[in-house]
Design a protein around this ligand. Structure first.
Ligand code: NAI
Length: 248
């Protein structure tokens, strides 16, 4: 088990990639604090993680709110005995044509996807520095940190921001033994991206060299690698988990 004795925090853990990552962390031996704004889904994830025999700390957290994020980190350290891994995954999608984008849409995307990653990373890094034992921070970006599409200008800007924030964090936190990396998922079937229209799915899959839509499990595998000592000399990178979609 690659994460035995470690404590992980996963945000956006009420569904999709966050739930999948929390479960894989627990499967690999970690105790897990899970955070989300969505209570019912969080409870469900807590049951699934708890069933794997590890400690689980569910906390309702809006990642846009500094006080809530800091409380999450404080509770994790106090109740689970430390914090070794932060997976800053909570995010929102949806977009509009640039000409029609409202300030409310802009604020929701940037505050959740970029400010949320900043707040979670800063709170986690401060706790890791105080403890002096290093750690791993994994930020969930997107293939849209590299390319974009219509109706995605602000979403892609938020994810491009996550990628650059990751590099800056890696640069400054390396001296404290903290590695910071990000993941760029491609087309992953989740609550955000249910992909129910079969004709659309066929068109998407046509552009994926590995020939299928991805799963939360696929993304969680990369998060697990980056969190583990197998990635001990890797910091500041983005790993695309997209079946090769970005290649064309
Ligand atoms: P999802 O919608 O299943 O999960 C996102 C979770 O974040 C939800 O449980 C939601 O309640 C939570 N959340 C939203 N706003 C929050 C806030 N302010 N505070 C706390 N929690 C909040 O979606 P999915 O696909 O699992 O998304 C996870 C991450 O992966 C996101 O950052 C998303 O941008 C990214 N991603 C997803 C892709 C996909 O195809 N599904 C592709 C590329 C990136």
């Amino acid at each position: 088990m690659r994460l035995t004795g470690k404590v992980a925090v996963v945000t956006g853990a009420a569904s999709g990639i966050g739930r999948g990552t929390a479960l894989r962390c627990a499967e690999e031996g970690a105790d897990v604090a899970i955070a989300d704004i969505e209570e019912a889904g969080l409870r469900e994830t807590a049951q699934q993680v708890g069933a794997l025999g590890h400690r689980v700390l569910p906390e309702i957290v809006d990642v846009r709110e500094r006080a809530q994020v800091e409380r999450l980190v404080e509770r994790t350290c106090a109740e689970l005995g430390g914090l070794d891994i932060m997976v800053a995954n909570a995010g929102v999608g949806t977009g509009a044509l640039f000409l029609n984008t409202t300030d409310e849409q802009y604020d929701r995307l940037m505050d959740t996807n970029l400010r949320g990653v900043y707040l979670c990373g800063q709170a986690a890094a401060r706790a890791m520095v105080a403890r002096g034992t290093g750690g791993a921070i994994i930020n969930i970006a997107s293939t849209y940190a590299e390319v974009t599409a219509p109706q995605s200008s602000v979403y892609a800007a938020s994810k491009g921001g996550v990628r650059m924030l990751t590099k800056g964090m890696a640069l400054e936190l390396g001296a404290h033994g903290i590695r910071v990396n990000c993941i760029g998922p491609g087309w992953i079937r989740t609550g955000m991206n249910p992909l129910t229209d079969e004709a659309r799915v066929a068109r998407i899959v046509d552009g994926v060299p590995l020939g299928r839509i991805g799963t939360p499990h696929d993304v969680a595998g990369a998060a697990l690698f980056l969190a583990s000592d197998d990635a001990a000399y890797i910091t500041g990178v983005i790993i695309f988990v997209d079946g090769g979609w970005i290649l064309q």
